[in-house]
Design a protein around this ligand. Sequence first.
Ligand code: C5P
Length: 216
Amino acid sequence: MNRLEGLSIIITAGPTVEAIDPVRFLSNRSSGKQGYLIAEVLAEHGADVRLISGPTCLPCPNDVSRIDVESARDMLAAVESELPASVFIAVAAVSDWRPAEFYELKAEKAALSSTLELVENPDILKAVSQHTEKRPDLVIGFAAETHDLLERARAKRLRKGCDWIIANNVSGDVMGGDENAAVLITSDREVEWARATKREIAVKLANAIDATRATH
Ligand code: C5P
């Protein structure tokens, strides 16, 4: 059962929330389920798991230490302060953009206007992949796509600089649902994981990490 003992793993999960003012925000439909199940399964196998989570309705899995964050910038800061780790898994649906301005007081309708100015958020997966001093041995990202799944995922793996990318089609009921289907893409292989429960997908990922341990 403890085949992942000695492995320290940082996982990001859930959405990020980008505040406009004290009551309004930008976010997305991520439930956090897949990331939490990955954390749960890896901890069951003896890994030391730290889960850096955006707001979700999920309880913290047993034997996992959770750090709660809201924005992408908070998530990046938490990841940076938790490094080093042997494995980093970016499951979070990080908002690509945040409002350029944060209103300290609830903004008047007129002040917000019909166009909200946005600025780009840091890319956490890319930052960890390119970390000069503390890059984990194995960096894993997700590519949630609605179309051209494999091409986009392959390109994403190279662009981000991560070792593995898990391509998953989110055009149906995957976001918020209990099932997922995925393709694990590495530098030398592509393995299809047929539609299964998110827990079964987490088990497949744990098995793949276990199988690669000998080489790290
Ligand atoms: O570029 P895209 O958002 O599709 O990339 C998805 C992958 O990158 C996921 O693993 C996600 O957790 C990670 N990501 C990140 N920081 C961002 C955007 C995405 O870590 N700002």
